[in-house]
Design a protein around this ligand. Structure first.
Ligand code: DON
Length: 618
């Protein structure tokens, strides 16, 4: 069995990266990229072919990535093109006002690297910034999330610039050109756009700049409306011309700081109350960092993902380590799902207790990813559901044989929504990028930077507002310069040193369970990757009930899990249906035989995503 080696390198950036055996490089396709991707069915959720692939939430965004692949760009360029175009076509989940995490497979050097492009809290942030001074109690989560105070230093552009300069084949400007074209020419509003607008209407109405851009008549735009965004086209042109310093040390930064700290609001609005605390120094201090991926071994696979401040790599990894102790494929499906739910429950307890920004708190990452630690958690799983919140384990060695449930309940975690997006790209050289990015809530804080055409994030409410008990340790409290813990973190999986698939998802805390469930569906339950992605989902995050999509909630399996194993479920739903049915949508990519690629997007959730390839083939 070939093993991937985790080797410490001293690169120009002095980071350690995971390096795979060189002999196992993916075979690059040498075929010319000729056919237009739209021939594959531009709005379809599945495409197979060669020459490169892109999957995202939106046809226009996926096409932007394909355009770049067809004109000499690689998977890294395509990821930036797709993300920047998504900032035009679905500005509620993407764009220059947010941040994200990129997991990259570099075929030539056979390395997995990641880029931490997470927002930081301004220097003036404190542990009590989300405590209401009038009551001494934490603000409500939704209330705080609607405030400019919740905006962190936008990190998307720094991430794009770092990715392109280190690993791309084109300039940032060339990668932004498809998005500029879409913003100039416009695109047709569809039903999803309408629903996303509806989900954030009061917040958008609170700012004249957002209202002007997205809801000029006070209602969601009609389906079929041609929406142009000349301000964002100009923003991207200026970034193309002057580079990221136009934001991090220039006029765009000044406009962001002004908008955050001195928001212009609609007269009579009763939403915006807490201005931001950002300065130009906060922007100047921002750096997107290259860091080593997380790694676990699951069945015959090597699974690479994102390390802290993302909690995805450690939590997916710990759960898989726990599940390595069961032969899920041989178990009755209800038993296997019971084990999945309990592994998630226990891993989440450890995530909440230990994961935060590693530059501010000590994160016991190697313990969380240790099979020996996982064994101490697995042994707590009996034949009935544990009662949440379960207490965290101790990931620091030496590990007891089976320490039992003890200690206080897990630290609280902020509730999270169902937003965000994941992009996967691959190119003819064998490179793969999985990129989860967001402005947090649908519509972020709701505030558009006047004159620049994009929404600001509200990512700082991913911090815990207060510790679980007075004086209790909490790794995820706010501080100046600190990054809030994230659930975003896509996966690239290898077998025998060769990439086999990638998957990532939207959906706040359910991102982690969505990725886990898709891996189990595919690897253990034998579903094709598209079927694994489409299957009904259920998410256990150390909560009293597991959040279930309606198709899972109403299934015979759910009833069996309740009657036989004591599992409890709540149904995902909300005022905007079917948008609120789904915890979050996913995208994936599979490397098939002969260098063919299968690009996979959601067939149904959020109206379906868009999967394209450069050269479609059967
Ligand atoms: O970083 C995270 O985990 C979240 N901010 C991702 C955004 C999301 O899906 C949650 N939505 N509220």
């Amino acid at each position: 069995m070939r093993r991937l080696l985790a080797v410490s390198l001293t690169s120009a950036l002095a980071v350690s990266l995971a390096v795979l055996p060189l002999a196992a490089s993916a075979a690059p396709s040498q075929r010319p990229a000729a056919a237009r991707a739209t021939a594959a069915g531009g709005t379809g959720s599945l495409a197979v072919g060669t020459g490169g692939a892109v999957a995202s939430m939106d046809p226009g965004a996926s096409q932007a990535g394909i355009d770049v692949l067809e004109h000499g760009g690689n998977a890294i360029d395509a990821a930036v093109a797709t993300a920047s175009a998504l900032g035009v076509t679905i500005p509620f989940v993407a764009g220059p006002g947010g941040g994200g995490f990129m997991v990259i497979y570099l075929a030539k050097t056979h390395q997995v690297v990641t880029i931490d492009g997470r927002e930081t809290c301004p220097a003036a942030c404190t542990t009590s910034m989300f405590i209401d001074p009038g009551t001494g109690q934490p603000y409500g989560y939704d209330y705080a999330s609607d405030q400019p105070l919740a905006t962190g230093v936008p990190s998307m552009v720094a991430t794009w610039a770092k990715a392109v300069s280190l690993y791309g084949r084109q300039s940032l400007g060339a990668d932004l050109q498809p998005a500029i074209n879409v913003a100039d020419r416009g695109f047709r509003v569809n039903a999803d756009f309408q629903q996303l607008t509806a989900s954030d209407l009061p917040e958008l109405q609170a700012y004249p700049a957002s209202r002007w851009l997205l809801t000029p008549a006070g209602n969601p735009l009609p389906v079929g409306y041609l929406l142009r965004n000349p301000d964002l086209a100009r923003t991207y042109r200026l970034l193309a011309r002057y580079g990221p310093s136009f934001l991090y040390n220039g006029p765009l930064g000044q406009a962001i700081v002004q908008a955050d700290d001195h928001p212009v609001v609609t007269p009579g609005n009763n939403i915006v109350a807490l201005p931001g605390i950002m300065t130009m120094n906060d922007l100047r201090a921002y750096t997107a960092r290259v860091q080593a991926p997380t790694h676990v071994r699951y069945r015959s696979l090597d699974i690479y993902s994102m390390g802290p401040p993302s909690s995805s790599g450690s939590t997916v990894g710990e759960a898989l380590n726990i599940l390595n102790g069961y032969n899920l494929s041989a178990e009755p499906r209800a038993t296997a799902l019971f084990h999945y739910l309990e592994a998630s429950r226990l891993s989440y307890a450890d995530r909440n207790a230990y994961v935060g920004d590693p530059r501010y708190v000590s994160v016991p990452l190697s313990g969380l990813l240790s099979p020996e630690f996982a064994a101490t958690r697995r042994c707590l799983i009996g034949d009935q559901a544990l009662t949440s919140p379960v207490a965290p384990g101790d990931p620091n060695p030496p590990y007891g044989s089976c320490p039992g449930q003890s200690g206080s309940a897990a630290a609280s975690a902020s509730p999270e929504g169902s937003h965000t997006n994941n992009i996967v790209t691959a190119d003819k050289w064998g490179n793969i990028v999985a990129y989860t990015n967001t402005i947090n809530f649908f519509g972020g804080s709701g505030e558009t930077v006047p004159g620049y055409g994009f929404l600001l994030n509200n990512e700082m409410t991913d911090f815990d507002f207060a510790p679980p008990a007075q004086g209790a340790y909490d790794p995820n409290l706010p501080a100046g310069g600190k990054q809030p813990r994230s659930s975003m973190g896509p996966v690239i999986a290898f077998r025998n040193g060769k990439p086999v698939f990638s998957v990532g998802a939207a959906g706040g805390s359910t991102i982690i369970t969505t990725i886990l469930q898709i891996i189990l569906n595919h690897v253990d339950f034998g579903m094709s990757l598209p079927a694994a992605l489409a299957a009904p989902r259920v998410s256990q995050t150390n909560s009293a009930t597991s959040l279930a999509e309606p198709d899972f909630y109403n299934s015979a399996l759910a009833k069996q899990l309740t009657s036989e194993f004591g599992e409890q479920f709540s149904e995902a739903t909300g005022p905007i249906v079917p948008l609120d049915y789904y915890p979050g949508d996913a995208t994936a990519l599979q490397v098939l035989s002969g260098g063919r690629l299968e690009s996979i997007a959601e067939p149904v959730r959020l109206g379906g995503g868009s999967a394209l390839v450069v050269n479609p083939s059967p």
